[in-house]
Structures are given as C-alpha cells and as structure tokens.
Design a protein. Structure first.
Length: 219
C-alpha cells in the first residue's frame, strides 16, 4: 500500500490545532469518496485542507489512521456515542427508535452508499482497507449498541441471552431490503414515511422478541 507511512509519530498528548484537524478530516472524507483510498494522496488531502503534508502526518500519523478517523468522524456526525447512553426513565421503545433512526440515516446517506460501493469494489484487492473500515464503522457502532443493550438488560427493560447476536439482528433489520436496492442502484432514498413505517416495525419485532416475559403480551 503506498503513501501510508510517516517516519515519525507525534508524541502522545501533543496539543493540536483543532481547526486544522477538522479541515484535514473534511478534505479526507471528500477525497476518499471521490478518488478511493489509493487515489486520494496525502498531498492532495493536504492541499485541499490548506495545510502542509507534514501537518497531516503530525495529526494522524499515516494514511491508514487518517482513513479510520474519517470513517469515525462520519459515523459520529449521525450516531454520536451519547446516543447509546440513554437517560434513566427513557422508554425502551423510544430509545430503540432513536438509535434505529440514527443508524438508518447514516447507512442510507449518499456518502455512506458511496463508501460502501467503494469498499465492495475494492474487497478483493484491499482486505486491509476493509478491516480498517469495519473496525472504524460497523464494529464501533455494534459495540455502542451492545453497551446500551447490556444496560437495558441490567435495568430489567429487556431480556436477552446473546447480546452480540441481538445487536447484529437489530441493525440488519434496520437496513432492510431498501439498503441493498440503493447499493445496486435500483432505488432512490426512501421517504420519511416509508422509513418510519419500516423502523417502527423493526422495533416492534425486536421488542416482541426481547421484552421481559411479563411485558411481551402487552406489546
């Protein structure tokens, strides 16, 4: 893989210019989508951000870390970590719908669809890139949702034996067939009404499966 390493790494805790960091991330998100991982050089990212290449390396160390940071940044815009920390007393259905809408909005965005297409196109040639993407995006989102589910189980709001599998099922259901249709280009983004009908159905199904036994009959 080319253009991925720098001779030295910044010392831990070194102060950074947040405006420059944000500019670099913005440029990286745009160029990785437009040109792909290999096509988006560190020189081009630096030029687009209005900084030197040394500054890019100083903030992110190498191209791999910059790509991961760009994926994390995009996910955080739609699904911040705080989304998985639910206030005490929040109805379970409301919390699940909030997470479902955030996830649906993220993966059905034009940027996410373009990124998924890029990852699929490069799957055979760049397994390393696929692993970077998975850890920075899907794996991180699953970890956040699993934390929420564990808290809900401990609070007696849900009854789940296999939390990782339940989290996986939830997000696969949220994607729905519409996501595959968008990926292959045979459908446009669904309307808010279609989205809400789909996600309400997903949450209802999830609660029928995992609500505590005494509450299932009432849902």
């Amino acid at each position: 893989m080319t253009d991925t390493k720098t001779p030295s790494r910044p010392a831990p805790g070194r102060p950074k210019d947040l405006e420059k960091r944000a500019a670099i991330l913005g440029a990286a998100k745009t160029l990785f989508l437009a040109k792909g991982f290999e096509g988006a050089s560190m020189d081009a990212i630096a030029a687009s951000a209005g900084v030197s290449k040394l500054t890019v390396y100083s903030h992110f160390g190498d191209k791999d870390h910059l790509f991961k940071a760009a994926v994390v940044s995009r996910c955080d815009e739609q699904m911040p970590a705080a989304m998985f920390t639910v206030a005490v007393g929040t109805p379970t259905r409301q919390a699940l719908l909030t997470i479902a809408r955030g996830f649906h909005g993220l993966i059905h965005s034009d940027e996410a669809i373009a990124l998924h297409r890029m990852m699929i196109a490069n799957a055979g040639q760049s397994p390393h890139l696929a692993e970077l993407f998975y850890e920075a995006g899907p794996r991180r989102t699953l970890d956040g949702f699993e934390r929420y589910l564990r808290a809900a189980v401990q609070a007696g709001q849900l009854d789940i034996n296999d939390i990782p599998r339940a989290a996986e099922h939830f997000f696969v259901l949220c994607k729905g067939l519409a996501h595959m249709r968008r990926l292959v280009g045979c459908a446009k983004a669904c309307s808010n009404r279609e989205r809400d009908a789909h996600l309400n159905g997903v949450v209802d199904l999830f609660l029928r499966a995992y609500a505590p036994v005494g509450k299932r009959a009432r849902r």
